[in-house]
Design a protein around this ligand. Structure first.
Ligand code: CP
Length: 309
């Protein structure tokens, strides 16, 4: 049996290097198959999505991925149009949606929400972002992008800049990178350093340096992963205003980087990467968003088919 069949995808910590590499190989296969072959993978299966927070890429790439492998999607993109407004609990909503589907994709503002949903769901749950905690399918997409664009992950020097306190993509990426031999440089304002409650867990997996200065290692990086400062997660707007616009990656900074360095961003972007970087060969964030569709198609194909594809 395919080891991913019916498996919840809650944390990237639940995947070892061998499993990640299998997902990447399956993603390569998704890309190589022609559309007719691809549509056979999950024909007749249904994915449900339940989003308690806004999303463009994650929800639509899951939707598009499911269609590309021959399945259907249904779901709630705007929670204000659901019976949650009448007071229905997360547990009951998940139970109902798992009756109508073969897998459930959940985004929710609370840490632990996906793990909780998996406990009450009769179908596999895929975490599409849980609070400030994790966004595992984004990390799979990010690691796949690095592997595809740099032809390897081991041996790379990777800078991660921006909101390291509230950015859930950062945590999943760091846990995922822990499976590889990489040098990681974390760059953030002092108040947005990675959370102390996660440092121990991250240190178990990889070593990293921390800095407030984006230029400190810039000429040595193979990958610069830029993140948005997550205004919506600050308890106090004054604190957000102090760090807003702390880093802007523009052509001037790009000139200081290796010629073949790549710039990634989970998106959405505000002003942390200037738009004149978009047309450079180093800018890979839109390509990264496209890979998200293929990695999610691979994950759904593996989750929904006993014998894989
Ligand atoms: N990267 C990401 O999660 O984007 P969305 O919030 O648009 O889904």
């Amino acid at each position: 049996m395919n080891e991913f069949y019916q498996k919840d995808i809650i944390s990237i910590k639940d995947f070892n290097k061998d499993q990640l590499e299998k997902i990447f190989t399956s993603t390569d296969k998704i890309i190589q198959l022609n559309p007719t072959e691809r549509r056979e993978i999950s024909k007749g299966k249904t994915m449900a999505y339940l989003f308690y927070e806004p999303s463009t890429r994650t929800r639509l790439s899951f939707d598009s991925a499911m269609a590309s492998i021959g399945g259907n999607s249904l779901g709630i993109a705007d929670i204000s149009s659901s019976s949650t407004q009448k007071g229905e609990s997360l547990a009951d909503t998940v139970k109902i949606m798992s009756i109508y589907s073969d897998a459930l994709v959940l985004r929710h503002p609370l840490d632990g929400s996906s793990r909780f949903a998996a406990e009450v769901s009769s179908k596999p749950v895929i975490n599409a972002g849980s609070g400030t905690e994790e966004h595992p399918t984004q990390a799979i997409q990010d690691l796949y992008t690095i592997r595809k664009e740099k032809k390897k992950i081991d041996g790379l020097k990777i800078g991660i800049v921006g909101d390291l306190k509230y950015g859930r993509t950062v945590y999943s990426l760091l846990y995922g990178l822990g499976n590889y031999d990489v040098d990681v440089h974390l760059i953030s304002p002092e108040s947005l350093r990675i959370r102390s409650d996660s440092v121990y867990e991250i240190k178990k997996r990889l070593s990293f340096t921390e800095s407030t200065d984006i230029e400190e290692h810039i000429d040595d990086l193979d990958v610069l992963y830029v993140t948005r400062i997550q205004k919506e997660r600050f308890p106090d707007e004054e604190e957000y205003l102090k760090v807003k616009g702390s880093y802007v990656v523009g052509l001037d900074l790009l000139q200081k980087m290796k010629d073949n360095a790549i710039i990634l961003h989970p998106l959405p972007r505000l002003d942390e990467i200037s738009t004149d970087v978009d047309g450079t060969k180093n800018a890979k964030y839109f390509q990264q968003a496209e890979y998200g569709k293929y990695t999610r198609a691979a994950l759904l194909g593996l989750t929904l088919n006993e014998d894989g594809f």
